[in-house]
Design a protein around this ligand. Sequence first.
Ligand code: ATP
Length: 608
Amino acid sequence: MGFIMDGLDAEDYDRTYGDRELLRRILSYFRPKLGAMVLVAVMIVLSSASQAAMPLVASWGLDEIQNGTIAETGWRLTLGLLLAGALGWGFNFVRQWQSSRITGDVVLRLREDAFDAVLQRDLSFYDETPSGRIVSRVTSDTDDFATVSTLTMDLISQVLMVGLVTVLLFMRSVELALLTLLVVPVVVGIALLFRRIARTSTRRAQRSLSRVNANLQETMGGIAVAKNFRQERQVYDEFRPINQQSYKVTLGQGFVFSSIFPVLFLVAGLATVALTQLGGTAVLGGRLSAGDWYLFLQGVALFWFPLTSIAAFWSQFQQGLSASERVFALIDAPPRVVQSDARDVGRVAGRIEFERVTFGYDPDAPVLRDFDLVIEAGETVALVGHTGAGKSTLSKLITRFYEFQEGRLLIDGHDIRTLELGAYRRQIGAVPQAPFLFSGTVADNIRYPRAEATDEEVLAAATAVGGGDWIEALPHGLATDVGEHGRALSMGQRQLVALARLLVQDPAIVVLDEATASVDPLTEAQIQEGLDVVLAGRTSIVIAHRLSTIEHVDRIIVLDHGRIVEEGDHATLLARGGRYCEVYNTYFRHQSPHYRAGTGFVPVAAQG
Ligand SMILES: Nc1ncnc2c1ncn2[C@@H]1O[C@H](COP(=O)(O)OP(=O)(O)OP(=O)(O)O)[C@@H](O)[C@H]1O
């Protein structure tokens, strides 16, 4: 999971939280689990005590053997061991089970909050943030956060364990206890050294794996192009060294990880040798009982396991904290589109007025400057212009996906910033160039904007578009499965579904980005008929790519570098011989049924 984070550059909305603020946020997720957490704490104390009791009972047994009284107390010894073992197991089970539940519940809530935040973000957020990074925040970062809580509970129990054992050892023999404590700095030193090496090798492994992933993702994304140009061999040759590098780095990581425990065993072994020697001599000299001696030998083992994990714990703890910081930054990212009021103006008529609007994706580089435009209610307007002229930008402002910097945008005379956004957006039907269909049937997709639409309504909408002939061409009619992203349908069919979907929505304003992909003449005619039905009686802004559209709209607006350079209807503008004619010659001329290559140019008058 961590590999997604390594090399992850900070996003615009990332922020650094103060320790107290971060802790407050984290605790706010744990607060509802207070009861369960108290239970876990009690279980931790009890299970640590019963674990520490095991060697204690055993050492007492040894003393009994030494004293020759084992025959009388043997059954108590067995019972004591059994009881300590059973209780330890029981306490541990409750602890693990409860902590898994707490962690699971916290991650569930955190993920829900993160996903909710993702859905609330403006469209600009998605333009600026690669989707993979958003996904990693909602999935792997919340997981890392969970790891912190699990580790914290482990840490507490281990610290308790070490504390209990230390007290026991000192009660038996101060001299040997001090000797046992000598192991501590050695084990901690090795663990810290290991942590550093492990972190470097893990990071390398994660990065190499992310290279493999990136390469695979790109290959899959462009597989059609690669196959078209028969580049499979080259793609494979590019993949091999990347994969081999990952193999080598992962092997190195495996080596580092498998060497730590033998080294720690060696230290523990040496400590045991020293204790055996010194303790054995003490037992023989009568200064120490055999039971105490045994307890010390056990003490070493009980000591160094928790110590190693405590030392290794910190890097994961830090990782988890920064993961939680990233998740909170996602949740707290301030919205760009801000409404000053939430007026519900009912169904709008659809008059749109841009009043000296200035807007830039980057405020320092405006795309529109002091832009004025009025679109009357019910009017159909076509936006034309060269690529990058600002056509899509206008539609993004009308749909209120982006916040403009200056001026006013009025809908039926109301400032767009004062409208109740949900109610307003429901009245806008936006159709992108390549309509997106969700997995499911054609009917499901038509019903998408209004789940309660009846089968009859869905059928009526589908039939109204292009006379409904296209439904018969589908293998199972409206019940046809559209496949992932609508891949089982042709481009033309997807557009027809999108138009029928619009009819079910019944918006007051339609913002349509016409598809540039050419379809067969029959589908083209069906789409044109469908458009006539869908746009009738609504304010429509069409980013036009088809000749039949610009011939029929009420008004054509020619945009150039964010400015209106000409407007009027098709015939008037053609006759004028201005900027529209340039655009016409470039994009529309060849769509005429009478077109022959190199013909059909409209004369353009010299520009002043
Ligand atoms: N998300 C974005 N972030 C930054 N700049 C953008 C973004 N979208 C568009 N632009 C820039 O804004 C300007 C206008 O783009 P816009 O998409 O409105 O043009 P367009 O007329 O719709 O072009 P096309 O016909 O190619 O879609 C261009 O210079 C473009 O590079």
